[in-house]
Design a protein. Structure first.
Length: 120
């Protein structure tokens, strides 16, 4: 079996895991809920705007912080978003574990990025 076939076999194995299946279902549920998509997009946009205000020490920081907090509460209250984020995190961790195992096995270590919170 050549390398490409082994990679295809690995991909197929990953797709059979519960973490992959849970992620795909949660992603679909999230994407099929326009309200959830809008809430998350608005939250991410508000966080970016807050970062710009803080970086430039511009006026409106307090108001933007309030807006971000309100949107964060909506994000936390929306099950489709929470399920998507949780399953995405678990699936990402699985993929990272696989990448680390491969890199160690071929004596070419990789450094994964630091873990961050989705909402903080």
């Amino acid at each position: 079996m050549n390398l490409e076939e082994k990679i295809t076999e690995l991909v197929d194995s990953v797709k059979k895991t519960s973490k992959y299946k849970n992620y795909k279902k949660a992603k679909k549920d999230f994407e099929n809920d326009p309200e959830a998509v809008e809430i998350l997009n608005n939250f991410q946009k508000a966080k970016s705007e807050l970062a710009i205000l803080k970086q430039g020490n511009f006026e409106g920081i307090k108001e933007q912080e309030k807006k971000v907090k309100e949107l964060a509460d909506k994000v936390l209250a929306k099950d489709e978003i929470q399920n998507y984020m949780k399953s995405r995190k678990q699936y990402k961790e699985l993929v990272e574990e696989i990448a680390v195992s491969i890199s160690e096995g071929i004596d070419f270590p990789i450094k994964l990025p630091e873990k961050k919170s989705c909402c903080g």
